[in-house]
Write a protein that binds this ligand. Structure first.
Ligand code: ATP
Ligand code: MG
Length: 576
């Protein structure tokens, strides 16, 4: 159970900077580390975040980053950034650069230099030779298909390879020749000699090295063989003195192998692997492979498309580092797999940050002209209004009122239903921060479409209620003479269904939401004439928006909708 959200009774008063604890969910790894430290079993901790540089980081990685860097921060330990770069064919320097930038943007600092598993290739090779000398590894000539057949199944034991009993001398020689590039890819592999009948298939002589004639982004052409993930990960942890090696549950069955290497090699330390459940977020996919497909097929505008669940996409959409960190706190860390996190929780995290920290502005997305007929042609009056209702530090903005203004088409109805408190013929509404107006006349074109409204201003309503009647509705508006045109990109979920990648019969791409992006041209108040890229605003009554990092240049104003105003998640929590 998550703690319920405290209803906000103090609307308008300044809240403390967002505290993580008020929303934290259980984190069993943090509890365990705390216990170890309190009991004196551990005096310091070293964690690592080990991405493979084969794509951009996504929200699932944010969970792992917050966990690993967060523990180090909390317990005065260290967290390393180590690229798990054993598969040169799929890796790129551009991904390395993007991953570093994302971690730094989230506000975390890795300890020491950036590390690479490839820094340890020499040591790993020496350890492979060590296993060979000890009779614990052998060169196998079976083809990849044969290796799969010989491996057996969950119910049948495997069959030993006919090459399993080569002598250490012969194996050492073959391994060295593999390294020199004498063999073709797939011709030979190095395998650990463990147990072909083990109930855990990972222990049935796992592969340690494959021949790969690929240029590596860090080591160039030096290597013709590359170590497997399993042979690399634990030993890299051991070399770095990692104490807690945290990974997702799919590695649980690899733990015996992780430990076998540490027990059978002269490693300098003994890290411990602890598994936790990965984050699955509704309406998204969290697999770099699938995200790459979206990018490669041009279905999105690159890795940082604001619809992508990548950290860089979320940044461009308007998420703040604090909101992502808070979200990761809210979801907690458990071993319970298979759950799906409601995307409303993510929206809640960003909304509660921006509610407190985003300045306000008025922007009309579907403009409808209103002529204020009882104001003179040259009327100009300027209201000074707060940048934020509860934040004096955000200063004030100047809001001009002129005879012609824009309001939103949705705030007018010719034949309104009963509870419509906005503008309608003969009805009154308040212009936010200004006067009450009444709609006197609806001007239509030849097709009967509403062209503009003629309204009159009650000049006796500034900062006070009108005499003898109640006006319930308040609408936003901008002066037509002063408004600045803006492009607004309205985003919706990228996928229409909750679990696009759990569709066994279809392709996840079939579930793409064709309306995930709608672009409109609107008018904003003049305080937005000059916008800094990445500045965030609450457009009053509309939602939270962020000036696009790339498009806001040369005087162009382009806003991405981060999230709407209604908080479905907080509401659901209150209901219980
Ligand atoms: P992907 O399937 O997206 O490629 P991955 O696990 O292969 O993910 P890595 O670059 O190997 O990606 O992951 C780096 C770290 O992030 C690993 O420790 C991994 O367990 C963790 N991680 C990846 N996805 C998630 C997720 N959805 N939730 C939590 N942690 C994750
Ligand atoms: Mg991976």
């Amino acid at each position: 159970m998550r703690p319920p959200v405290t209803p906000r009774t103090n609307r308008g008063s300044l809240r403390q900077p967002m505290s993580v604890d008020s929303h934290s969910a259980p984190n069993f790894i943090r509890n365990q580390v705390r216990e170890e430290i309190e009991a004196g079993r551990q005096d310091t901790i070293v964690t690592r975040f080990p991405p493979e540089p084969n794509g951009f980081l996504h929200i699932g990685h944010a969970k792992s980053i917050c966990l690993n860097f967060g523990l180090a921060e909390q317990f005065g330990g260290q967290c390393h950034l180590r690229f798990d770069d054993t598969n040169p064919a799929k890796e790129e320097q551009a991904y390395i650069d993007a991953i570093k930038a994302d971690i730094a943007w989230l506000g975390f600092e890795w300890n020491g230099a950036v590390r690479y598993a490839s820094d340890y290739f020499d040591q790993l090779y020496a350890w492979a030779q060590h296993l060979v000398r000890e009779g614990k590894a052998y060169v196998d000539d079976l083809s990849p298909d044969e290796i799969r057949e010989y491996r057996g199944t969950l119910t049948e034991p495997g069959t030993p390879s006919p090459y399993r009993d080569r002598s250490p001398e012969e194996n050492l020689d073959l391994l060295e020749r593999m390294r020199q590039g004498e063999f073709a890819e797939g011709e030979k592999v190095l395998r650990a000699k463990i147990d072909m009948a083990a109930s855990n298939i990972n222990m049935r002589d796992p592969i340690l090295y494959r021949v790969r004639h690929a240029r590596h982004h860090q080591t160039g052409d030096k290597w013709k063989i590359y170590p497997s993930y399993d042979f690399t990960h634990g030993q890299s942890d051991a070399i770095e003195g990692v104490t807690h090696s945290l990974c997702t549950l799919e590695f649980e069955d690899h733990r015996p192998l992780y430990e076998w290497f540490l027990d059978n090699l002269p490693v300098p330390s003994k890290p411990r692997q602890i598994e936790f459940a990965r984050l699955n977020l509704a309406h998204t996919v969290t697999s770099k492979r699938k995200l790459k497909l979206l990018v490669d097929q041009g279905l999105v505008d690159g890795w940082d498309d604001p619809r992508m669940p990548t950290i860089s996409g979320m940044r461009r959409r308007g998420y703040t580092p604090a909101s992502l960190r808070k979200f990761c706190e809210m979801i907690g860390v458990t071993r319970a797999d298979g759950g799906m996190v409601d995307i409303a929780m993510l929206y809640h995290a960003i909304r509660s940050d921006l509610e407190d920290n985003a300045p306000r502005a008025m922007c009309v997305l579907k403009p409808l002209k209103v002529v204020l007929t009882n104001l003179p042609e040259d009327h100009r009056e300027t209201f000074e209004v707060a940048g934020h209702p509860a934040r004096d530090d955000m200063g004030v903005r100047q809001l001009p009122l002129t005879r012609e203004i824009w309001i939103d088409q949705d705030d007018f109805m010719e034949e309104p239903p009963k509870k419509f408190f906005r503008l309608a013929p003969g009805k009154e509404v308040r212009l936010r921060n200004a006067y009450v107006i009444r709609c006197d006349e609806v001007i239509k074109d030849a097709q009967g479409e509403v062209q503009e409204l003629h309204c009159s201003v009650d000049l006796d309503t500034l900062g006070k209620n009108p005499e003898g009647r109640k006006v319930k509705g308040v609408i936003h508006w901008v002066s037509a003479a002063d408004a600045v045109p803006v492009e607004v990109r309205l985003y919706d979920n990228l996928f229409q269904v909750e679990a696009p990648d759990r569709d066994r019969d279809g392709d996840f791409l079939e579930h793409l939401n064709p309306e995930s992006l709608r672009i409109v041209e609107g008018y904003a108040e003049p305080s937005l004439a000059e916008v800094e890229p990445e500045s965030r605003y609450q457009f009053e009554r509309v939602g939270y928006f962020c000036a696009d990092r790339h498009a806001c240049q040369d005087g162009k104003r382009v806003f991405n909708r981060t999230v709407g105003l209604k908080d479905g998640w907080a509401k659901a929590q209150k209901k219980g």
